[in-house]
Design a protein around this ligand. Structure first.
Ligand code: SF4
Length: 175
């Protein structure tokens, strides 16, 4: 079994600026993205009873495929399964080559670019910019839990629908 190196870049180096155009567009429009996501989330939570009837696990693969397509296009999502976009100014923290989920490392260049990939703006600098435009932008100051790698590839959308619908359900009174 291969022993992982202490540091392995988790995101591919940028090939050209155009590849990131949509990612940066989404961050520039973080407020609109926030509103759109709130609508999507409300719809998903509303559909939770139907999802439960079909079976959460049965839905996992098709929903994760759609989520990957949509969020991969807009945010360069890496499908970590525990989405933090609402707390990170719509800048996906998994695009940080060091995989940092709680702010930048100490190596951000003076022009705001990444220490590892000098041509790429630091995802946390962009996260801060995006968060300033969002109504819930203060969430960027809330510490994120460590990444649970068991969730990789799973749908964050379904997880949120499941979690929020369960929280909203009336507690069962014991007979
Ligand atoms: S935080 Fe995770 S789920 Fe959200 S966009 Fe990034 S990789 Fe995808």
């Amino acid at each position: 079994m291969r022993t992982p190196a202490a540091f392995e870049p988790s995101a591919r180096p940028p090939r050209d600026g155009k590849r990131f155009a949509l990612r940066f567009w989404a961050i520039r429009h973080a407020r609109g993205m926030e509103t759109l996501y709130a609508l999507v989330e409300r719809a998903l939570v509303g559909l939770a009873p139907l999802f439960a009837r079909i079976g959460w696990e049965r839905l996992e693969k098709p929903v994760a495929s759609v989520e990957k397509l949509v969020k991969g296009t807009l945010f360069d999502c890496k499908m970590c399964g525990q989405c933090a976009l609402s707390s990170t100014g719509m800048s996906c923290p998994m695009n940080c080559p060091k995989g940092l989920r709680n702010g930048p490392c100490g190596g951000v260049r003076s022009n705001g670019n990444c220490e590892v990939y000098a041509e790429m703006p630091c995802v946390w600098v962009k996260a801060y910019e995006g968060s300033r435009a969002m109504a819930g932008g203060a969430a960027i100051g809330t510490p994120q839990p460590a990444v649970d790698h068991r969730l990789k590839g799973r749908s964050s959308w379904l997880a949120v629908a499941r979690e929020k619908s369960a929280a909203a359900a009336p507690a069962k009174v014991p007979a």
